[in-house]
Every structure is written in C-alpha cells, then in structure tokens.
Design a protein. Structure first.
Lengths: 498, 248
C-alpha cells in the first residue's frame, strides 16, 4: 500500500508533463463546418492566407455545427470561415426577412462581423433528373416538369418535404401536381441511389452537390426564381480584417472567383476521387500542394492530442471526483446533490454540452477538456461513493475502538477497502473519455476524432478508420494499464480474494 | 481492574441499560452473558468508549474514561471483535502491528513485541505473512488476540470469541485461550451469549437481562442460589443435549 501514493504521483506527473499541443495564439485561425464544401473552402482560405502572409495559418476545420462555428467566430477562437447568406439570415440572425446580401452584411456588422461579397456560386435547393430522361422529354427547367407530371416519380429528402421553402411552396409556385403515391420520402444520400437505379425520375439536391456529376444528372433551372439563394461568402471578425489586411485582401480576391462548376468539381474530387482537401485547394489556387503529412506523423500528432485530452480529464476526475465522492458519503444532502448533478451532466448530449461551453471557453482544447472532465466525473464520484458505502461498518467501528483517528480510518481502512471499486470507476471514466474525446474534433481540438469527422462527411471509410482504429487500440491499452495499476494499487489481501 | 459503575443508557427514551455495576479485579477473567437484546452489546460499546451514556462511570484502575483521550483509552483496552475482525486488506503481521506503527514505534520494538506475543499465543512464524482469508478461524482469533495485546493494555475485551468456530476447534481453542489469558496476566472481560464458553473461561459470570444485571457470581452460585427464576431458566435452556435415557 505504501507504493500506491508514489505510483499515483508518478502517473499524475507523467500525464501532466505531456506537452500541450495548443497552437500558438498569434496565427490566423480558419474554421469550417463538417461537410465537404466547408472543408474545401476552409482549406482554400487557409492556403490563400498563408500565401499572402507567408505565415502558417491554423486550421480548425470540421467543427460540429453552424452554432459551434459561429460561436467560435464571435468569441474570437477562429478568425474566418465560409457560410451561406441564407443560413446566416435564417439560422444565425434569425431574420428570414433579410433577403439581399447587403441587408445581411449590415446585420452582421452590428455583431462586429464582416461579410465578403459572394464567392461566385450559389448553393440552394434544386431539382435534378437523369440527363437521359431530360433529353428524352426535353426538360430544362422546373416548369418543363409540368408536361410529364402525371407519371413523374420523385424521391425527396425529409427536410425538402417539410421545409416551408421546400416542396409544398415549390409545387404551388409551379402549379405542379404529382400523384402522392409517386412521391417517396427518404434519406438524402439514398435518393441518388434511387435515381441511379431508375426507381425514380426526379430528386431534390443542393446545387453544388458532387454527385450531380457522378450520377449524370441535369439540374433543372428554377425559372420562377422560387428557391431562396444561398450565396457562399466569407464571414470574418472585424478585428481580423483590420489587423490582417493582407490576409483579408487575399480572401476578398476570391470574391466572384469560384464558379458553380468549379465548386461542383472540387466537391466531386473530394467525395468521389478521395483527393485531399489540401491538394484540391492548392490546385484551385494554382499553387503547389503543401506537403501532406505522412499517415504515421499525422497519427502520432492525433495520438498526442488525444492522450492530452484523456489525460487531463483523467487527472480531473481523480482529483475532483474522489473528494466529491467522499463529501457525498459524509454529508447526505450534499451527497445526493452531487450524485444527481453528475448524473445530469451525463444526460446532456455531447454536442449540446460543447455548444454551451463555447461561450465560456471558446473553441479548441479548452471546451473539449471541460466537457470531457464533466463527463468523466460521474463514474469516479459514483464508484467512490459506492465503494466507501460498501465497506463493512464493523471495520469502521473496530478501527475506532483501536483508537484510530478519523484520518487514519480513512487512509488505512476505508480507502484501501474501497480501492477496487474506486479504481474500477477511474477505469470506466478513462475508457469512456477515450471514446468521447473523438467528439473534441467538433470544436477544433483535434485528436482521433478529426479523421473520423472528416471521413464521415466524405463517406470515406479508410479515413474514418485512421481515427477509429487508434482510438480502439488506445482503449485496449488503457484497459491493460488499469489491470497493472490494480496490482500496484489494490491491497494484496483484497486482490487475492477476488 | 475494570469497573462499570451505575451505567445507565437510554435510546430515544427506551432504557437499554439500567444501573449496571460490574467489577473485574486485576488479572481476573469475567464473562458478561446475556441473550440477544439483553444490552450486552451496548455495554460493550460503552466500555470501548464508542458511544456516550447517560449516567455512571467506566473506570480502569479507578481512573474514569472521561479523563482519557480516545486514543489513550484505546491503548488501555485491547479489543478482540467477533470473529477476530481482522482487516482483510493487510496481512497478519500488519494487522497486529498497525496501531504500534501509527504510534511511531520503531521497527525493532515492533518486531520484538510481535515475536513475544506470537510465542505467547502459539502462532507459527510463516502465518504472520498470510492474509486473513488464508488463515483458519482459530488462527484468525489468535492473531486478533495478539493485535489486542500489542499495546500492552490493562484490560482485554473479547466479543463472542468462539461464536464463529466449529465445535471441535472451539474445544481446543477454549483450552488454549484459558492458558493464553493466564500467560498474558491481563484483566479480561468477555461478552458472550454462550454459557458453556463463559463457564469454561471465566471465574465470575454476570447475567444481563433486559438491560439489568440479574446476578453476578461464580457458576456454582448461579446454579445453586439463583437470584431470580430467570437465572435457572437461562441456565436450563443452555444445558447440554438430552442423555441416552431421555432419547426414545
């Protein structure tokens, strides 16, 4: 038992001494959302800035949602990212009445943000049919569908069917009458499969969708101008545009420079050709592709980031969870409060928790660490509580009868007897943290989650596996380490009994 | 000498002990006997200084419990819990030496004292390295007695020392316990519900019933001059099995 505190201390020092892979603060930080077009535009912005400033830019690409990336921008954790006028008006400003780019720009200026002019392509809902089908029926615009409406078979995504500016409004605007039995609602990615197989004639999609090319589709012209236009723009912090004029100029040079054709091509290269975002961006900018990291060095970097996240969460759960567990045993009312609070934290979905934490911690390592620390608390608190409550009260009374002080009873009797249960709690917290830490990528904290998130958006299984396999290995290794720790920390008399 | 004087204790208004008086002279072995609910466990916990009481005094050599710190008092009374009560996570040696170590005894002094006690209770050296679950009930009981005697207390207090042992081991250990007590030369109070154990180990017996002392004296006196019909009833209830003539 005497070895235990020393072992623990060594462990803490080892974990705490790990170098923090936090980026230097002075670099320009580019963010992006976690879908193909977001990654491509993010990489283009980063490389354009690097070329203009001759300084490396920090990439925080693939952040979880519009909410997260926008919160990151407002808090100054990122300097610039790409978004769409419609999304900015509806999802962020909550002002669907703002139609023109100028109106939206004025509203954003009130938040200290600068919006560029449109980059040159629109991303909006569109209807598409097979080229062959279009040729056969001479279809060029949505109005042309009227001619074939009686037999037209459609597959539409749930969102398109349910949105006010989706199917219902469009059908009314074009006086289009499809037979209800000919409309299938399905998951968006499956509609491509349906039209490829000839099961349907028309689907909804985004106008820059990469699969338009692959599936040989013709996008029908919205000749009534029904669908709201989502123009791609840069959104940046005003301070950034003022302090880094050259970087901002490099970005504004791209205004009007990215055609719909070019964007579709780039999305297709990523989605279908599995070309790296860096290479696609370099090609577009007419520059040489930056040397891509080898798989080994990128996994090493991810491992360091992941270990850092899990290590800090582990330290926190031990340093805070065990004392909280002790308090919970000692004071009944406070104890119930602590147990309920730490259980409640577990019920908050991780993406939501990250969203709540961004206003407090910004983006990157800090909100990810905060979330992981909160999630890892319950197993340790609960197991400390259960382990101590499970100590036979006769041993406590005997210890007092032998004249032990409260402190001696705790250190010599209670904690050793509860140690197997407490250690099991720490083990659970660690293994859960290794899994949960993959979500840290959604707030730009890196780790094994980064390839998982980008692989998911590209539907690229090998990329997903470069994050998922090391994460699983780390969990296995952690399991093994805790088996060994059990030998070091659990008193021999209890170990042999088990 | 251990003295319990006018001890009175109530739990939420219900009397648990009423005016209990008991003296165990130096070096004597005394048994406190009663069935469950008689108050003997409450009296044991009071004697150990674990719970407060309403009235009376607990004294060792005429010095009251209240004049000792809890730690000092613990050193005056060596306690052998039911079934030995060894801590399961440490080995026999560590169990015996735990309190001495916490009091800062040096290693040599600890080793010497443990060895002295080991010989006294007749425990083989290798057994000291074993964990409680690797020891038999009788061996655990001996280790527990070593632990109780480690700090050289004035009084030994044993709670149901034989209860958990099987009958054959009981018989052997009973004989050994008696000689161990003699060799230790301590004032011994054992608390039990078992008349056989009390009669065999102790010179004097005190019968406790519903929180009151019914009778105190040698077994012979309890048998021949019962102070109350309950004494005879208690003794008869615990007499040995029916003899051959009584079995059809």
């Amino acid at each position: 038992m005497r070895a235990a505190p020393a072992t623990l201390a060594a462990l803490l020092i080892a974990a705490g001494g790990w170098p923090a892979p936090l980026p230097a603060a002075e670099h320009i930080v580019v963010g992006s959302k976690a879908f193909t077009e977001g990654y491509v535009l993010g990489e283009i912005a980063a490389q354009a800035i690097e070329a203009a400033t001759q300084e490396p830019a920090t990439r925080k690409l693939g952040m979880g949602s519009t909410g997260i990336v926008f919160a990151a921008l407002k808090s100054g954790a990122i300097d610039v990212y790409s978004d769409y006028t419609g999304t900015l008006a509806e999802a962020i400003l909550k002002r669907p009445d703002l139609k023109s780019a100028d109106d939206i720009r004025r509203a954003l200026a009130g938040l200290g943000l600068v919006m560029s002019a449109p980059l040159g392509f629109d991303d909006s809902y569109a209807l598409a049919v097979k080229e062959s089908f279009a040729a056969q029926h001479e279809l060029h615009s949505i109005s042309d569908l009227k001619r074939v409406e009686s037999a037209l078979r459609a597959a539409f995504s749930y969102e398109f069917m349910d949105r006010k500016d989706g199917f219902q409004g469009m059908a009314a605007s074009y006086q289009l009458h499809l037979a209800p039995q000919n409309i299938r609602r399905m998951e968006h990615s499956l509609t491509f499969q349906a039209i490829d197989d000839g099961a349907v004639d028309v689907i909804d999609l985004y106008s820059t969708d990469a699969k338009i090319e692959k599936s040989k589709l013709r996008v029908l012209k919205d000749d009534h101008g029904y669908f709201p236009v989502y123009q791609a723009v840069w959104v940046a912090r005003r301070e950034f545009t003022e302090q880094q004029p050259r970087a901002w100029a490099a970005l504004t040079q791209l205004q009007g420079a990215i055609s719909e054709r070019a964007m579709i091509d780039m999305n297709a290269q990523a989605d279908i050709g599995h070309v790296s975002f860096a290479k696609i961006a370099a090609q577009f900018l007419g520059a040489e592709a930056p040397r891509s990291q080898s798989l080994k060095s990128s996994i090493l970097l991810r491992t360091r980031e992941h270990l850092w996240l899990v290590g800090i969460a582990l330290l926190f759960s031990v340093a805070v969870g065990i004392p909280l567990g002790l308090v919970a045993v000692r004071f009944h009312a406070a104890g119930q409060g602590i147990l309920i609070a730490s259980a409640l934290i577990q019920t908050v979905p991780s993406l939501a928790l990250l969203c709540f934490l961004i206003p407090l911690f910004g983006v990157g390592m800090r909100p990810a660490l905060a979330a992981l620390c909160m999630y890892s608390l319950l197993p340790v608190v609960l197991n400390t509580f259960t382990g101590i409550r499970g100590v036979d009260p006769k041993h406590l009374e005997n210890a007092r009868a032998f004249g032990m002080t409260r402190r001696q009873v705790l250190l010599r009797v209670v904690l050793p007897l509860a140690s197997p249960t407490i250690l099991a709690g720490i083990k659970t917290a660690t293994i859960v943290s290794i899994g949960t830490a993959t979500l840290a990528a959604l707030v730009g904290a890196g780790g094994y989650g980064a390839p998982i998130v980008s692989g998911l958006s590209l539907n690229d299984v090998p990329t997903i596996l470069t994050g998922a396999i090391p994460a699983a290995l780390m969990a296995l290794i952690a399991y093994g380490v805790f088996e060994l720790l059990g030998w070091a920390l659990i008193p021999a008399g209890l170990r042999k009994q088990a | 000498m251990l003295t319990l004087q006018n001890i009175t204790k109530t739990f939420a208004g219900m009397p648990a002990l009423t005016d209990v008086n008991l003296t165990v002279p130096k070096g004597a072995t005394h048994a406190l006997i009663g069935s469950s609910g008689s108050g003997k466990t409450t009296l044991l916990r009071i004697t150990l200084g674990l719970i407060p009481f309403d009235k009376g005094y607990v004294k060792i050599n005429d010095q009251a419990l209240s004049s000792f710190s809890p730690v000092q008092w613990a050193d005056q009374i060596g306690y052998v819990p039911q079934e030995g009560g060894l801590f399961p996570h440490i080995n026999a040696f560590q169990n015996v030496s735990l309190m001495a170590k916490l009091r800062g005894w040096d290693r040599l002094k600890i080793d010497a004292r443990v060895d002295e006690l080991r010989k006294l209770v007749g425990l083989d050296v290798p057994l000291l390295g074993r964990f409680p679950f690797e020891l038999s009930g009788g061996q655990q009981q001996r280790v527990a007695i070593m632990r109780a005697a480690m700090m050289d207390p004035e009084v030994l207090l044993l709670d149901e020392p034989m209860a958990a042992l099987d009958p054959l081991i009981r018989r052997t250990l009973q004989q050994e316990l008696k000689s161990i007590f003699q060799r230790l030369g301590k004032t011994v109070l054992l608390v039990t519900h078992d008349l056989g154990e009390a009669v065999y180990l102790a010179e004097q017996i005190t019968l406790l019933h519903e929180g009151k002392i019914i009778q105190s004296g040698a077994y012979r006196e309890l048998l021949r001059q019962p102070a109350d019909p309950f004494v005879s009833a208690f003794i008869n209830a615990q007499r040995s099995l029916p003899d051959a003539s009584e079995v059809a």
